[in-house]
Design a protein around this ligand. Structure first.
Ligand code: BTN
Length: 323
């Protein structure tokens, strides 16, 4: 018996109890097997009540995103207007890259309920359970030189942090370059992947992962010290469509500002939200590790770090942590 047939059986009873005996008989499986499938469904967001002698009944289903709910909330010109809402994918980054190669327009968005191979920066994996987060990739075709792409990473972090603050009243800090932290725990991650040809930037796939309604059980134990969801930090379940709409609106607005006025206004906003500046910091770069005090961003989006002897070093790629 698979979890899907158990689900169909419970759904057919529309909220009424189905006894374990009946399930065993209809599905030709043991009580232990039923229990295992119930646990699987629960990890997907179904709520199943189990009462001795009465049996099982379905009392809640995972909330699903829908185009009908999302589109009327969108307040954008192009971001999210060409939308693919998918159920399970390896990574939304790969789905969108495929569309980009076929010529999809700027603002095209791929959202998935679940990713089986969600990826993060530095080759890490990204936990993306079904129905509990925002796992999406946005296509940009910015008319800027290739070395400017780090600026978009920082822009994405500012957009995301402003959008989340619109939906729930929490203080978000940006850890360089683009981790969003609440009380020191990471609630969201951004991954930019670009395609270039002869030094010309063809397109950028902006991957946005927001841990919205995940529960502590969704994380491996060792991650719980470092990561949390918006639900865990705020105590409330958040409507994902509202948040997606807010992210797209903030992103489109800041991107417009960036194309009109350059990086300076984005840099000022990023610096105002940063929790990395003016703290003694350990920086692990591909060229080696060192300690210094980040003081601000340079014109390209690099982090300017003051060293002990008063000199400055600029880094474009590093893992940063407090010392
Ligand atoms: C990080 O902080 O390491 C970046 C995480 C980025 C995760 C998002 S979820 C949507 C998109 N698809 C992926 O596979 N990754 C990004």
């Amino acid at each position: 018996m698979g979890k899907d047939s158990l689900l169909s059986l419970l759904e057919a009873e529309a909220g009424e109890y189905v006894s374990g005996e009946e399930i065993s008989r209809k599905m030709n499986v043991s009580r232990t097997a039923i229990w295992k499938q119930v646990r699987k469904l629960e990890t997907e967001g179904y709520i199943i009540e189990a009462v001795p002698r009465l049996g099982y009944r379905l009392t809640g289903k995972p909330s699903r995103l829908s185009v009908h709910e999302l589109l009327p909330k969108l307040n954008t010109r192009s971001f999210g207007r060409n939308l693919r809402l998918l159920n399970t994918v390896h990574s939304t980054q790969d789905e969108l890259r495929g569309l980009a190669e076929q010529g999809a327009q700027e603002g095209t968005l791929v959202i998935a309920e679940q990713q089986t191979n969600g990826r993060g920066r530095m080759g890490r994996s990204w936990i993306s359970p079904a129905g509990k987060g925002i796992w999406m990739s946005l296509l940009l075709r910015p008319p800027v030189p290739l070395p400017h792409t780090p600026q978009l990473t920082l822009l994405a972090a500012v957009a995301l942090s402003r959008a989340i603050s619109r939906i729930i009243p929490i203080i978000i800090g940006i850890k360089w370059p683009n981790d969003l932290l609440v009380d020191g725990k990471k609630i969201s991650g951004i991954l930019l992947e670009s395609a270039a040809e002869d030094e010309r930037l063809r397109y950028v796939v902006v991957g946005l992962g927001v841990s919205v309604n995940l529960e502590p059980e969704d994380y491996p134990e060792e991650l719980l010290l470092k990561a949390a969801s918006l639900k865990m930090v705020s105590g409330s379940t958040i409507n994902r469509s509202d948040l997606i709409a807010a992210i797209l609106e903030e992103f489109e607005r800041l991107y417009g500002l960036y194309l009109d006025e350059g990086f300076a206004p984005i840099r000022a906003l990023w610096e105002a939200h940063s929790v990395t500046l003016n703290q003694q910091t350990q920086l692990n770069t591909p060229q080696g590790s060192f300690v210094g005090v980040p003081r601000g961003l340079d014109d390209m989006g690099g982090l300017q770090v003051e060293l002990e002897d008063g000199s400055y070093r600029t880094v474009y790629s590093a893992e940063v942590s407090g010392v």
